[in-house]
Write a new protein. Structure first.
Lengths: 344, 344
DNA sequence: TGAGCGCTTGAAACCGGTTACAAAGAAAGG
DNA sequence: CCTTTCTTTGTAACCGGTTTCAAGCGCTCA
């Protein structure tokens, strides 16, 4: 590999000048700058990132904290791939890379039942690698640990988890608005007895979807009896059992809004087992627009999240802080109602 | 951050000794070693990885090359999440991290229609960051570019693409064996007119699945008329149209083996449109065991790949080479036949 | 007793960049 | 013409580790 000293020697200038050409080009005279640039191009010179990180205490890396939840081995992020695509493209546009952090000590921690994402280990990791910031991806149940990251003072952006801290913010969909869209759609279709299957109470997007549901129902002048709100956990089985209990009510709903597509699929299964025709006897609306949504029978009406957009927004937010900008306000990306056969 | 010099001073030894305690503990006397270890623990000392990488020209990082294919924007890796889980856990067990590389120049390259994964840019990246090796994930159509990585001399492990080079190998499922399992299963169920919908001819796993199909058919004494082999591209629409053409044959097959679950789902759709009952009039078997497979109607019989296992195998292979070991032979992980309603 | 050996240890060079500081030269102002 | 200021440049320290090399020490053995 060519080093800065070789370039300097070949150009007859000092290493400081070469370094300046790449970092503060305006402080170097035009002639020297052009010579250095030409020689560097000819030799395909690339500064060594480790040396640079060592000297500046900054690396072009953003850490990704994504721990797979050992308590829920089957848990899968509903849109990890799209999220990564968005993150990666927005980061690379600014010359940053994404470092998937693995806590080496975590296996031991897990063995003793300690917290999933050990914040101390991760924060150490960021210091060791001079990471600019962290992107936190919710993996089902480590939200409490995320609060610790947020307090660490490092730039952090969480996805779908609300965190707060000196340099911490988050990105999620407009869950309130999305839920309201779902309700309005169902109301327009003539439904009046509308139930909801929510996500875990402690989960911010779940809570927001419930709030949006309630607000839109109130706006439409519809009552929400307590038995029409059933708590699930975003997973399919919980949607199925929640739907069973709704069907068993003396006055069952004619429509149900589920806080995730997974649960909506569970609801469809429960409806099928109960012999209910969808959408004629029961309309179902989900949330996420996972791939499966279009393929179940009947295809599922749902609120599509801007999955790659969330990744892009997260990348932008963390880069803003890395570059010394103000902590951006939480971002709520719009969702899009995709009407399919399950509600029409 | 505590540095090695602080530790040295506090312990009354030289920095060299402290460094040795962590890198060649046996060359340091027991007493000094224990003192250093204790002080380091008390101060929560972690060596700076950039400094270490600079001095040793080795970083604890493995690069991940995963370019999203701009020519097929909708393309998704069928099991990226599981693959990453496997990769990450196996790497972290050896103290390595995964760096998702983004080629900063790639946007420009793409604009002029150049290769997806620009090997030169990536190889530069590996040098700049002193990466130990690369893991290459097939993103649909950049297989040709992978050959360049394989030739670069860096340790590389490709997933589901066959590459060869001085320090390059690959990991995939036992596609030949898997296809044979599918055929035997169908033969046992009494089928004799068995067709196949293959993946792209140039794709190694696709070719292997076809080979396995042919071999098992021959073994069962069954003929494979040319019109019973239809080439698809792994995507759903191609499976659907391929199935349509098979149904239109004067003597249509009673069973079809599809080289991917996506295409198998397409085949199910085509069967439904043609009014064929699955599995009574047409049995369908897929490959991959994606999440969707269990959820379509009828649920799909398929060959489950050991998705996380492939990640683990890839990690092991690259680490072997990073540690100076011989290039491991390509790994073919066993698949498992999951029988569901589409073939029974 | 002294040469030879193995085991520990520290001094210092080195990895490849960035940057504080000083100096030299050019331009501007009185 | 001299002083001041600005621009450009180089020297050298520094970032935080690793590693070479030589030296010191305690032993063994002739």
């Amino acid at each position: 590999m060519t080093t800065i000293r070789e370039i300097a020697q070949l150009c007859g200038v000092s290493v400081a000048t070469v370094s300046r050409v790449f970092n503060q080009p305006l402080t170097v005279s035009k002639e020297k700058r052009e010579v250095v640039e030409r020689v560097a191009r000819e030799l395909d010179y690339r500064p060594n990132e480790s040396a640079r990180a060592l000297a500046t205490k900054r690396s072009g890396l953003i850490g990704l904290v994504w721990d797979t939840d050992h308590r829920r081995p089957g848990w899968r992020h509903p849109y990890l791939q799209e999220l990564l695509i968005g993150l990666k493209s927005a980061l690379s546009a600014h010359g940053f890379h994404l470092l998937m952090l693995a806590t080496s000590g975590s296996a031991a921690l897990r063995a003793v039942g300690a917290s999933l994402a050990d914040p101390v280990a991760y924060v150490n990791m960021t210091r060791r690698h001079s990471l600019g910031g962290l992107v936190l991806i919710d993996s089902g149940s480590d939200a409490p640990a995320f609060a610790a990251f947020a307090q660490s003072g490092l730039p952090c952006v969480a996805v779908d988890v609300d965190v707060d801290g000196p340099r911490a913010t988050y990105v999620t969909s407009d869950n309130v608005g999305g839920a309201a869209l779902a309700v309005r759609h169902l109301v327009e279709a003539g439904h009046r007895r509308i139930a909801t299957i929510t996500g875990p109470r402690a989960n911010r997007p779940a809570a927001d979807r419930l709030d949006g549901f309630r607000a839109a129902m109130a706006e439409a002048g519809l009552a929400v009896p307590p038995e029409y709100v059933v708590e699930g956990d975003f997973y399919r089985p919980s949607g199925q059992s929640a739907m069973r209990s709704l069907i068993a009510l003396p006055e069952p709903p004619t429509a149900v809004f589920c806080a995730s597509d997974e649960m909506a699929v569970g609801a469809l299964l429960a409806a099928r087992h109960a012999g209910l025709r969808v959408p004629d006897e029961l309309a179902v609306v989900g949330f996420d627009d996972i791939e499966l949504a279009a393929l179940v029978d009947p295809p599922l009406t749902t609120l599509a999240q801007d999955k790659a957009g969330i990744g892009v927004a997260a990348a932008r937010a963390v880069l803003t802080m890395v570059h010394g900008g103000e902590k951006p306000a939480p971002a709520f990306l719009p969702t899009r109602l995709v009407v399919r056969a399950s509600s029409r």
